[in-house]
Ligand binder design. Structure first.
Ligand SMILES: *Cc1c(COP(=O)(O)O)cnc(C)c1O
Length: 416
């Protein structure tokens, strides 16, 4: 087979001209001189989000004080933001709330799954799952006691790990390292056949690729607001519970916001009907207001269009790196088949940490994941094809000049 024609800057400029999502770049604050390949860790700031934060703080909080809960409908924010996220993940409006962190929400939904499967005490997850997902499952098991335990199995070997002690199977839909997309419907079906419930972490899926929770018959899900949804540092997370579980599910963080009538100050806890029983405390109004407009932008762009562009961009990057950076020992750690891949690309290299620092010094911001991963995140809503092309030129220079050998690039910062 003849090698495909080399990609030229003119070809890339053409791709950008034909890109229908191109106007969305102007809806974001892209730092000058920066090629931002880290939208999967912290999305960029939408212009409307900054405006909305100012408006909520100065006008709503400043102008209304406590009346804002009613006058500006602050109390509904968890549901309103949940309803914005729902179409991105294949859920109904009343099945999603925005609240707490992904970690805290995972605790709640795993506990809810246990509550729905009395007599079953095992949670299955994989050792390669994101650390917080493993820690939370272990923490819940230790806290729940009575024989509750975590069992480890890879998604591909799930069937063999199941028996009638398993209450819940908990996997991440798009792996934070390999970027592999798991077969949500297939794995959920295997869990259900064994009588277990399926819990999905959508941290690297929501806003990146279309997710079909209900079509896959998923039971519960959680996900991040600050990654592809661009809700800002520490943005509230979200939680999905399938409607068929609403009447029976319970969770242990029984705060007043999950009470049927919080403002009767009843001394006895009575769970709210519906998804609201998954809430715990007072909603973070400023942060949720920001997430509301940020998630709205993803809806405006359209998740299918974002997926198409993301697929093309990761393919372009992989092709370019193969051509321009050959011989430098950069090993692709991401599925080659674009259908099996989410929106980031991983390269393994023994000098990964220093390479990421050298790229940063050139304005190309990616991240390092222990022990040897260079992770290049591609958020198609604000990146151009020219960004991808230019980023690979920088990577080639870093490798050709061995820039990663500089001592200052080997000093580890607190947050990587
Ligand atoms: C980013 C990420 C998290 C983060 O959880 P927080 O509670 O927001 O810190 C959890 N799970 C996965 C799979 C992630 O990628």
């Amino acid at each position: 087979m003849p090698a495909p024609a080399a990609v030229t800057p003119a070809m890339v400029a053409d791709m950008d001209r034909n890109d229908h999502l191109r106007p969305f770049r102007d809806a974001f604050v892209v730092p000058a001189g920066m090629i931002y390949l880290d939208g999967n860790s912290l999305g960029l700031l939408p212009v409307t989000a900054a405006r909305r934060a100012r408006e909520v703080i100065e006008n709503e909080w400043g102008g209304s004080a406590i009346s804002g809960w009613n006058d500006h409908h602050w109390i509904d924010l968890p549901h309103r933001v949940g309803a914005k996220i729902a179409p991105l993940i294949g859920a109904e409006d009343d099945e999603v709330v925005a609240c707490d962190s992904t970690s805290a929400n995972l605790f709640k939904v795993l506990a809810a799954a246990l509550s729905l499967r009395p007599g079953r005490r095992t949670i299955v997850t994989n050792r390669g799952n994101f650390p917080t997902d493993v820690y939370i499952a272990e923490g819940l098991a230790a806290f729940a006691g009575h024989g509750c335990e975590v069992r480890y199995a890879e998604p591909s070997g799930l069937a063999a790990a199941l028996d009638d002690s398993v209450a819940a199977v908990s996997f991440t839909h798009v792996d934070y390292k390999s970027c592999r997309i798991e077969d949500m419907a297939g794995i959920t079906a295997i869990a259900h056949e064994a009588g277990a419930l399926a819990v999905w972490d959508l941290a690297h899926s929501a806003g990146a690729i279309p997710v079909a929770l209900n079509a896959a018959r998923a039971d519960f899900a959680v996900g991040c607001g600050y990654k592809y949804l661009n809700g800002g540092p520490g943005a509230p997370a979200f939680l999905f519970a399938a409607r068929r579980h609403h009447a029976q599910m319970t969770q242990p963080l029984t705060g007043w916001m999950g009470h049927a009538t919080p403002f009767t100050f009843d001394h006895r806890y009575q769970p709210a009907p519906g998804i609201r029983r998954m809430l715990t405390g007072t909603p973070p109004v400023v942060a949720l207001s920001v997430l509301e407009v940020s998630a709205g932008l993803m809806l405006d762009a359209g998740i299918e269009a974002l997926r198409d562009k993301g697929r093309q961009m990761t393919s372009l990057m992989i092709d370019l790196v193969a051509r321009e950076c050959a011989g430098h020992g950069l090993e692709l750690g991401t599925p080659e088949n674009a259908e099996q891949r989410g929106n980031h690309v991983i390269y393994r290299h023994p000098e990964a940490y220093a390479i990421v620092q050298a790229l940063k010094a050139r304005g190309v911001v990616g991240d390092f994941r222990n022990p040897d991963c260079i992770r290049l995140g591609i958020a198609p809503i604000y990146l151009s094809y020219a960004d991808i092309f230019d980023a690979v030129q920088h990577l080639r220079e870093v490798m050709n000049n061995r820039e990663y050998e500089r001592d200052s690039f080997r000093v580890r910062a607190a947050v990587t």
